[in-house]
Design a protein around this ligand. Sequence first.
Ligand code: DAH
Length: 379
Amino acid sequence: MSAPNKSYDPVEVEALKPEQIERMRDEALAAFEAAGDLEALQEAKVAHTGGGSPLALANREIGALPPQAKAEAGKRVGQARGAVNKALAARQSALEEERDARVLVEEAVDVTLPYDREPAGARHPLTTFMERVADVFVAMGYEVAEGPEAEAEWFNFDALNFLPDHPARQMQDTFFVEGTTPEGKPTEGDESGVVLRTHTSPVQARALLEREAPVYIVCPGRVYRTDELDATHSPVFHQIELLAVDEGLTMADLKGTLDHMVQSLFGPDMKTRLRPNYFPFTEPSAEMDMLCYVCKGASVGDPDRPCRTCSSEGWIELGGCGMVNPRVLVACGVDPEKYSGFAFGFGIERMLMFRHNVEDMRDMFEGDVRFTRPFGMEI
Ligand code: DAH
């Protein structure tokens, strides 16, 4: 039995040789240095400090060494791994700093730039269409006129030759605005003498009183009637009113003006027709129709070509018109011996419903941008 070998007898383990450990360390340091970004550094980290890295493998070999050699090899590997970890940490923070500096520049947000987080809305077709109609007349020299929506009963009715017992003046058709009695109590029913205007025609009277003849005005606006809201009625709707007062105006001027309007709005082959009617403020008065702009009358009497827009009538009812009643001229201080005039008014909603095949008038009032947007014209 031989005695234990006490003398230093290092087993030659290739991986633990000092020059090998130094090489592993230097390769790791070089790899970290070469890593241009954090991603590359992560790869180098796995390769040089991970469980399969040369230094980790060398570390594992230490266990196989005789006790005397273990300490020295352990120290060598430990120092090398320490240097590698230190270099890794240094490179890591250098690259992070670099990245942060770059992100600050590349992803900088200029908070002073305009933003569009709120989606753009669209102008309502009622507005754009009223402007379009008004423009037709502005181009001919008419002036846009306005009047109040809460209107004196006198302007809404009396000045326009509605007699006191005219059915339109009754509470079931007209909204009366509540006022205050001289005793300080709220007025009842129609006592206040103030109504929500039932049509844009009172602007005729206002315009005549405010201006000297000749007068040429166009008036788009909101009007009110006590109708229930349904697919074809609304208690609030829009009208456009026209008034021309000058020397020598005749019904031929009215007809020519109407034809010009529908041609401007719907195309050169359009025309209008008049049917006798009654309005207190015009004499003679007429109902005006325009040719159906879809079938141009071709659907009439032809069962093979039915027209949804005009129900194969060939014509679409527009509104009322006529020659200004001399009583209105007198009420507004205009000499009917010298001046004559024509006027017309029609509902915008109805016109738009025809024009865009809108089946339910309520769609126009709900304020849903999905309705307005297809009509174009962003704000
Ligand atoms: N104001 C009438 C209505 O609302 C429409 C109208 C008829 C207006 C004849 C006019 C006109 O200017 O001449 O029913």
